[in-house]
Design a protein around this ligand. Structure first.
Ligand SMILES: Nc1ncnc2c1ncn2[C@@H]1O[C@H](COP(=O)(O)OP(=O)(O)OP(=O)(O)O)[C@@H](O)[C@H]1O
Length: 227
């Protein structure tokens, strides 16, 4: 039980239920991530992977089913509790980096730690450590506009892991990069995930990247099955 970081059970989600425009996006999704496990989420466009990641990360609620993070069912928890669990336990990475443009790479990784109550000196040390793991320690003082797309995305990975979450949720984390850059940046993400020992659910269209993960799941017709 304790070695499960994330467990989704019987998740269903429909949009516009009861109308002619009804879409049953998730029809009973079950998935568990053990500690340190990295799972690929492969899905055709529109199959519902963003919906699933948002539910797993407590940004959205399912119509039915449960979401457990770190062994605790947080499906029906009050908003304040869900916000805290999201802040402390979940890291997000998107296709676009969403870094704050007026702050340096280092500051972008430090700020969420300060917001979580970490002391400045510890936050700085953590940011440096993470930037070192993804190979861009020398870029720490650059603002996002002075970084390449691949470097920006590496910073976004570090920011997502800054507060030591137990689960990383990534939605096409290298989907915005050219194929060669995508490969090396993805490898940096895998190094980061492995070194920090967290669990990850990573959506990708790229089967070569999916093959680098521990397990591959396909989301199709609202259910997950081995890819
Ligand atoms: N708020 C909403 N209202 C109505 N329909 C929605 C809403 N959000 C998503 N959908 C529909 O649900 C389905 C799944 O959307 P979702 O964004 O989860 O797909 P996706 O697999 O992430 O797609 P993509 O790979 O193209 O980003 C789509 O048919 C979408 O149009």
């Amino acid at each position: 039980m304790n070695d499960v970081s994330l467990r989704l059970t019987g998740i269903t989600k429909s949009y516009n239920a009861g109308t002619a425009a009804a879409v049953d996006v998730l029809r009973g999704v079950d998935v568990s991530l053990t500690k340190g496990e990295v799972v690929a989420l492969v899905a055709p466009s529109g199959a519902g992977k963003s919906t699933l990641l948002h539910i797993a990360g407590l940004l959205d609620t399912p119509d039915a089913g449960t979401v457990e993070i770190g062994g605790t069912d947080v499906t029906g928890a009050p908003d304040r509790r869900r916000t805290l669990v999201r802040r402390d336990e979940v890291g997000f990475v998107y296709q676009f980096h969403h870094l704050l443009p007026e702050f340096s790479a280092q500051e972008n990784i430090v700020l969420p730690q300060l917001a979580a109550g970490v002391a400045r000196r510890d936050a700085d040390a953590r940011a440096k450590e993470l930037l070192g793991i993804v190979g861009i320690a020398a870029r720490a003082d650059h603002r996002p506009a002075a970084l390449s797309g691949g470097e920006q995305q590496r910073v976004a990975f570090c920011r997502a892991l800054a507060n030591r979450p137990s689960v990383l949720l990534a939605d096409e984390p290298t989907g915005n990069l050219d194929p060669a850059t995508s490969d090396t940046v993805f490898d940096a993400l895998m190094t980061l995930v492995r070194e920090t020992g967290l669990s990850a659910l990573i959506a990708t269209h790229n089967m070569e990247l999916a093959a680098k993960m521990d397990r591959q799941l396909r989301l199709d017709q609202g259910v997950l099955s081995p890819a």
